[in-house]
Design a protein around this ligand. Structure first.
Ligand code: UD1
Ligand code: CA
Length: 450
């Protein structure tokens, strides 16, 4: 079955009270709309059409890099039926079935959508829809059935009679349509209700009147299908998403000591037997390898961390750590840092835009910025690379097996040869050749290092 998807996201989202369009608010680090788009891709939709309206330019900019996605603008929001109609010219000759979902329904699981499309393909229904049984009506439309349980139509809450308001089966707003039937019938919708909108839901009554097959999957749990309308909903969805992510990781062999205080975003990958202690935040497209020990209280984002690393109470952002790297406590590994195997970063060290070779030690309060440090070099306590002259940043190059005495200042640009040593408190303003010892302020080379 060639499948197309239409994701509706033109609505305003006034109740968010935000300059950001509703569907761009992030949940677990990912803009809400991406959950629907990712689900469509996971379903194998050949083409996905995203219908946008309010905040169109912002939404367009945020999703511009996605493949097999076509964005159309619904200039006036004239109802869900009118919104789906915007996709007609794009999908009409391309697909046999069309799934419709909302961009503000991030908790809907791909597995549920898969069930919907599977049932649709199996029964060859005209419309297959998701409904839910709930005592809280959430202002959803009510499902009308006849005495035999046959679906007759959907009535919106605002148009329902007191009797219909008692109905507990609600319309989720998620459907799979036979494409040909959909494109034939959409233009026949008539404006309805106070706002004279074109209701997509009216198609159900049309199909029933034509004796077409209508199938429904009835959910018991509303959590998946609640729309996000307020910041309170946003926080609730965040919590549910966090639980799902944490559960997925634990099932994959990651230990979370306290899932309730572990904040891991949607795009994070973590290897087996890694232990995440309480109070950790792992964000962005971060990959952590196997057998690492993270936390307590670590914040890591947009970083690649290999196996057997340990990061205690520290911040690591946009950095790369090879196997067996130790960081912390209280270290800040900043963007552009690359730490080779067995690097040891101790307390109160700050590393920025620097490459540290295998086995480099920066044990105690130091600033290493715009630097390159050769393998096995030891950086003494209080070492500072003075990389900024007030106008420009300069690099500090330190060779392999160098021993940097405590409290050394390197005034960049400066190059230190392999196996050189500096005395405690040296202020290095000139290059130091390999195998030599430099001391003083400014440091002078006094003899060959022993
Ligand atoms: C809709 C359904 C209702 C269902 C409920 C579930 C209709 C007529 N009603 O109601 O039966 O119980 O969803 O959440 O379909 N949108 C557009 N363009 C528009 C109008 C809406 O893109 O012109 C988008 C919105 O951004 C939103 C989605 O469609 O993502 C649903 O719109 P909304 O106004 O929330 O529909 P409801 O009235 O809640
Ligand atoms: Ca709604």
């Amino acid at each position: 079955m060639k499948l197309g998807a239409v994701v509706l996201a033109a609505g305003q989202g006034t109740r968010m009270k935000s300059e950001l369009p509703k569907v761009l608010h992030p949940i677990a680090g990912k803009a809400m709309v991406h959950y629907a788009l990712d689900a469509a891709r996971a379903l194998g939709a050949e083409q996905t059409v995203l219908v946008i309206g309010h905040g169109a330019d912002q939404v367009r900019a945020a999703i511009s890099n996605l493949q097999s996605l076509i964005v159309v603008e619904q200039r006036e929001q004239r109802g869900t039926g009118h919104a789906v109609l915007q996709a007609r010219d794009i999908l009409r000759d391309e697909v046999e079935a069309v799934v419709v979902t909302y961009g503000d329904m991030p908790l809907l699981q791909t597995a549920t959508l898969q069930e919907l499309t599977d049932l649709h393909a199996y029964t060859r229904a005209t419309i297959t829809m998701l409904t839910v049984r709930s005592d809280d009506s959430m202002a959803f439309g009510r499902i009308l059935r006849d005495a035999n349980g046959r679906v007759l139509g959907i009535v919106e809450e605002s148009d329902a009679t007191p009797e219909q308001l008692e109905i507990r089966e609600l319309n989720c707003g998620v459907y799979c349509f036979d494409a040909k039937w959909l494109w034939d019938h959409l233009p026949r919708l008539k404006p309805q209700g106070r706002k004279k909108e074109f209701y997509l839901t009216d198609l159900v009554a049309m199909a029933a009147a034509e004796n077409c097959k209508i199938e429904a999957i009835v959910l018991d749990d509303v959590a998946e299908v609640v729309g996000i309308n307020t910041r309170v909903h946003l926080a609730q969805a965040e919590r549910i998403m966090r639980e799902r992510i944490n559960d997925r990781l634990m099932e994959a062999g990651v230990t979370l000591i306290d899932p309730a205080t572990t904040y891991i975003e949607a795009d994070v990958e973590i290897g087996m037997d890694t232990v995440i202690e309480p109070g950790c935040h792992v964000k962005g497209p971060t990959r952590i390898g196997a057998k690492c020990r993270i936390g307590p209280n670590a914040m890591i984002h947009d970083s690649q961390i290999d196996d057997d690393c340990e990061i205690i109470a520290s911040v690591v952002r946009e950095a790369t750590l090879a196997d067996h790297v130790h960081v912390g406590p209280f270290a800040d590994v900043r963007p552009g840092s690359s730490l080779a195997r067995n690097v040891y970063i101790g307390n109160h060290a700050e590393i920025k835009n620097s490459r540290l070779g295998e086995g480099v030690h920066v044990g105690h309060f130091s600033y290493i910025g715009d630097s390159e440090i050769g393998a096995r070099t030891n950086i003494g306590a209080g070492t500072i690379t003075c990389n900024f002259d007030g106008k420009q940043k300069h690099r500090t190059i330190i060779g392999e097996d160098v021993f940097v005495g405590s409290d050394t200042l390197f005034r960049a640009p400066v190059t230190i040869g392999a196996r050189a040593r500096t005395g405690a408190g040296s202020v290095v303003t000139k290059d130091i050749p390999p195998d030599s010892l430099a001391v003083g302020m400014p440091a002078r080379v006094i003899k060959k290092a022993g």
